[in-house]
Design a protein around this ligand. Sequence first.
Ligand code: DGL
Length: 272
Amino acid sequence: MNSSAPIGVFDSGVGGLTVVREIMRQIPDERIIYFGDTARVPYGSKSKETVTRYSRQIVRFLRQQNVKAIVAACNTASAYALDEIEKEMEIPVIGVVKPGARAAMDVTENGKIGVIGTEATIGSQIYTRYIKQYHKNVTILEKACPLFVPLVEEGLLNDPVTDEIAMRYLSSLSDSGIDTLILGCTHYPLIRSTVGRVMGRGVTLVNPAYETAHELRAVLEKEQMLNLSRPGLGDNQYQFFVSDGAEKFIRIANSIIKYGILSAKVINIEEY
Ligand code: DGL
């Protein structure tokens, strides 16, 4: 595999851009192909079978773009589909759940960790199962926050409606004594300040994106696949694909990534 090949990153919509942002920061010479499944978002209320089928289609599309590694920048896809996809792949596949869980284990001092995510991620209890493998005595409180994803996809990042919903979802968690909260959905770092206000200063918010980009870098390094030649101006270093609504995607994407995204190509993902 050519080390100058791009990395494929996918999510159900714009949320995975929080991971892309971190990859750009930590390994700035890498090329990235991003796919946001904007026609079929949200994934968090769908079944394991459906999310696995969607994820397989996206992986097939990314493979056709000759990517050298794949990042499932979506907790729901990581929870439901990653194990199966990993087995089918001969290139590295990295999810966001394990890196996020490891970061939380490093951060907590009182051994009480909260996790917020989609109904699918929370229902799968993947964070609890993973953390308990290492620390049996840690207490983990999980809470699904299904309205957060549509609020973010609508761009309501700083809005009284988002504040109100956050109060309703998080007030029980903020009184629970946790000292660490995993933002277990890649959309949630975009409303980090709202979540932080409700949770209060005593709770550290963990964004799995940092640890995921770190793991990606380590894997590429180990496989000797880091891109050693800096892409030039005409090299199309970052390319964005969606399954619907390119203009809306571009608008929100530009508020997340300060790169100046000019275009996103719409593809029919059902063909893959
Ligand atoms: N951003 C995704 C996640 O991390 C998916 C959200 C959704 O589509 O429901 O779970």
